[in-house]
Design a protein around this ligand. Structure first.
Ligand code: NOJ
Length: 555
């Protein structure tokens, strides 16, 4: 395998709107990101992914871009961005932009022109189709609910939007549009960004016939991803994209890909793949609480082990996945993945260790390093997220009480990850001196960066040690290039693996269960513990004991 500059890096996602507000308007800004660079450097971060900061009406929080060349004024100016880039560079850190090119905003000038003339030049930048017998062209349900087709007022045309109606899909068959997109990407690369996180990219290939599917809900619609699953040929578009942009700059790309076809892994992330890496979302369905067969959270944790191991093994000779526990679209990992007995500092440290020492590129999400938690909201009006509002409404229409619908939001809302970053115990957690755009989690007095920096046993101090271990000169190679091997996989409640490079091995042993576990393994016979999330130190020649949620890294 040819070594690449990004193979051994640790990445961190910033959701700028909620990270740090320096001008008191309640919205995080780029100056706030620059202010916190030293904090991130100290945590051991090499790469920063910024969720969208382009000009946007914020219907979907910046994932609806109205001008790809402008910084939204809520975040600051292009000068602030250039300062951030320069300051990051000084610290040997890389900045990734979020690349949202499956769709743009309905306020983008392309779409505004297209609306005026759906059959004209700009109309072909999008998908305009005539309805059928007074109905939309097909029965697709958008990812945010409701039809994926929106009628153009005063005409027979509908346009396609796989997400919100304010996010019209771009037509990747239009050469002129592609040139505009490639030029824009190269413009950012010229500026000095090191690459991109690429949004919803699997959706760019459409079936131009837009065939309807068997309805999968009472609304008579079928999820639009059914088309994505069926249509062939996304690879050609992705190769063209890469050749005309990323490849020319040795850029790092991490793709958000759902519904990839089996056996396409090497085309996506192999040595000459479309992307550098893509997020490993394989455990996501296991924690979808609507999917009953998976059972209790503890049972799901056991299934997660197998699913993630499979994923690790699959990419072993192919490439690197990007390992994540959290992002801006998910609830907080302690609430999501851990059963009640593990929802504490020990459990949080255990999850972090398992994820960060897997083979792949680790991505942390802001606040994960201090164990931020889901936030209870008092009413649906406290939520901002478009997806949450739809889910709430659907639950109410299906007969749920307000209380029940809110409880569901508390467990699944994307806003759980979007509440302001908790820096200290001053009002609004030191995020802003103004009114935060989204409620601050009231637990900030106990959970915040300032307090945890001072505590030796805090989640933050542990994460610092963990990242430092992964990046240390002694172990960097093995954690980056070492093979992944499951260990004692059939032992219920134990998640253990080995990373092996040449004649060197490092082991990770985690006790997922509520009870103590005896591990029949001789790693500690003359071995050394490099990291341990509890004060109790396991010993033993042929076996050793791990407390509930204890994790050790040993060699
Ligand atoms: C995935 C992004 O992560 C999510 O926040 C957004 O709503 C959709 N793509 C649409 O861009």
């Amino acid at each position: 395998m040819n070594k690449k500059w990004w193979h051994d890096k640790v990445a961190y996602q910033i959701y700028p709107k909620s990270f740090r507000d320096t001008n008191g308007d309640g919205i995080g800004d780029l100056k706030g990101v620059t202010e916190k660079l030293d904090y991130l450097k100290d945590l051991g971060i090499d790469i920063i992914w910024l969720s969208p900061i382009y000009q946007s009406p914020f219907v979907d929080e910046g994932y609806d871009i109205s001008d790809y060349y402008q910084i939204d004024e809520a975040f600051g100016t292009m000068e602030d961005f250039d300062t951030l880039l320069a300051e990051a560079k000084k610290r040997d850190m890389h900045i990734l932009m979020d690349l949202v090119i499956n769709h743009c905003s309905d306020k983008h000038e392309w779409f505004q022109k297209a609306l005026k003339d759906p059959e004209g030049e700009y109309g072909d930048y999008f998908y305009f189709r005539k309805g059928k017998d007074g109905n939309p062209p097909s029965n697709y349900r958008s990812y945010f609910g409701g039809s994926a087709w929106e009628k153009v007022e005063g005409s027979d045309y509908y346009y396609l939007h796989m997400f919100a109606k304010e996010q019209p899909d771009l037509n990747w068959n239009n050469e002129k549009l592609l040139k505009e997109l490639y030029d824009m990407i190269n413009w950012w690369l010229e500026k000095g960004v090191s690459g991109f996180r690429i949004d919803a990219i699997i959706n760019i290939k459409k079936d131009p016939d837009f065939e309807s599917f068997e309805p999968d809900g009472l609304d008579g619609l079928a999820w639009v991803w059914r088309m994505v699953e069926k249509v062939e040929g996304v690879g050609e578009l992705l190769e063209d994209l890469k050749k005309n942009t990323f490849e020319r700059y040795d850029a790092f790309t991490v793709a958000e890909v759902f519904n990839m076809k089996e056996n396409e892994l090497s085309q996506f992330i192999g040595e000459n793949g479309h992307f550098s890496t893509m997020f490993d979302f394989s455990a996501h369905p296991v924690f979808d609480k609507k999917k009953k067969p998976y059972g209790s959270t503890a049972a799901r944790l056991e299934i997660m082990k197998h699913v993630l191991f499979q994923s690790q093994l699959k990419c072993e000779n192919v490439g690197f996945m990007a390992n994540v526990l959290e992002n801006h679209d998910c609830p907080r990992c302690i609430d999501r993945y851990l059963p009640p007995y593990a929802q504490n500092d020990t459990g949080a440290k255990m999850l972090g260790t398992i994820s960060l020492l897997f083979r792949g590129i680790p991505f942390l999400y802001q606040g994960q390093e201090i164990g931020m938690r889901n936030c209870r909201m008092e009413s649906i009006d406290d939520y901002d997220d478009i997806g949450t509002r739809w889910e709430y409404q659907t639950a109410i229409e299906a007969g749920a009480t307000e209380e029940e619908a809110l409880e569901a939001c508390y467990h699944s809302s994307r806003d759980n990850a979007r509440t302001p970053m908790q820096w200290d115990d001053s009002p609004n957690a030191g995020f802003t001196t103004g009114n935060p755009w989204l409620k601050t989690n009231p637990n900030y007095k106990e959970i915040n960066v300032k307090a945890q920096l001072q505590e030796e046993d805090s989640i933050l101090s542990y994460y610092k040690e963990l990242v430092a271990l992964r990046r240390s000169p002694e172990y960097r190679e093995i954690f980056t290039y070492g093979t992944f091997l499951p260990v004692l996989e059939d032992v219920q409640g134990l998640l253990a693996y080995e990373r092996r490079l040449g004649d060197k091995s490092i082991f990770v042993f985690a006790n997922l269960s509520e009870k103590e576990i005896t591990v029949r393994h001789n790693v500690l016979a003359g071995g050394r513990i490099l990291l341990n999330n509890l004060r109790e130190i396991p010993t033993g020649e042929d076996e050793f004991t791990l407390k509930s949620c204890q994790v050790i890294v040993a060699l």
